[in-house]
Design a protein around this ligand. Structure first.
Ligand SMILES: [Zn+2]
Length: 255
């Protein structure tokens, strides 16, 4: 198969997974099944036919509206599909075929789903984070970072954020960080190893502070819960996955 055709196939596959992640992000927090019933309009309830459910294309053809009732369909759906496709292509280009590639595709999917769910509902479901920890550790037996690094990563990820959460609680007598974040960083450590935990934490704190300052400039006050940390952990972990090694090497150069 020519290289361009291979990448096109991966992109199409990514679009379909992105479409599935949209369904997960919408249904998981509501406690519903992710496979039943078939996709339907959230406004009029009409079941979508396959040609109204083609990733990105249907949204463009229908100009972002439901065919039956005309209600606007959020642009976030095609955006999630495009981002998933883009990241899948990136994984394929940067990873040798094998268990590591499968592990990275899975982690990308999980991070996108958690990003969407945390942004929308301010929760990080145990069904994703806890099973993610188990799967990450299991895959590390067959691929980098290796079992030892993975176990240290899971413990370190949970330990750091639990320590911060506990310290914050002692200081302010209120919960500043949820246990969902603790489990999510443990999951990232299980997949990527302990070095990536540190890179993720630094990057997501920078991203959080950067975007927080911008938002504070736009609105005044009340932003504390509008910025769920899980969304920043997703961004940090994605960068750590693709650029973690060079970043660690670059930073070590200053020491
Ligand atoms: Zn409708």
């Amino acid at each position: 198969m020519p290289a361009w055709l291979e990448l096109l196939t991966v992109a199409a596959f990514g679009l379909c997974i992105g479409s599935f992640l949209n369904v997960c992000a919408y249904r998981l927090p509501l406690g519903g099944s992710i496979v039943y019933p078939a996709s339907r309009c959230t406004s009029c309830g009409r079941t979508l036919s396959w040609f109204d459910n083609v990733p990105v294309i249907s949204w463009v053809v229908l100009r972002g509206r439901c065919r039956t009732c005309g209600v606007a369909v959020s642009w976030q759906y095609p955006l999630v599909e495009l981002i998933t496709a883009g990241l899948f292509v990136l994984v394929i280009l940067l990873t040798p075929p094998g268990v590591l590639m499968a592990s990275r595709l899975l982690l990308v999917s999980i991070l996108i789903a958690l990003f969407g769910i945390d942004l929308e509902h301010q929760i990080l479901p145990n069904s994703i984070t806890l099973s993610g920890i188990a799967i990450g550790i299991a895959l590390s037996v067959f691929a980098p970072p290796g079992l030892k690094d993975s176990l240290i990563g899971a413990v370190l990820g949970a330990g750091i954020l639990y320590g911060i959460a506990y310290g914050y609680f002692l200081w302010r007598r209120e919960e500043g960080m949820g246990m969902g974040d603790v489990k999510m960083l443990a999951m990232i450590g299980a997949f990527l190893g302990w070095k990536a935990v540190l890179v993720t934490l630094v990057l997501s704190s920078f991203a959080g502070a950067f975007i927080g300052v911008i938002l504070l400039g736009l609105h005044k006050g009340g932003m504390k819960f509008a910025l769920p940390f899980g969304t920043f952990l997703s961004i940090g972990a994605l960068i750590a996955m693709f650029a973690g090694e060079p970043l660690v090497t670059w930073y070590a150069g200053f020491l």
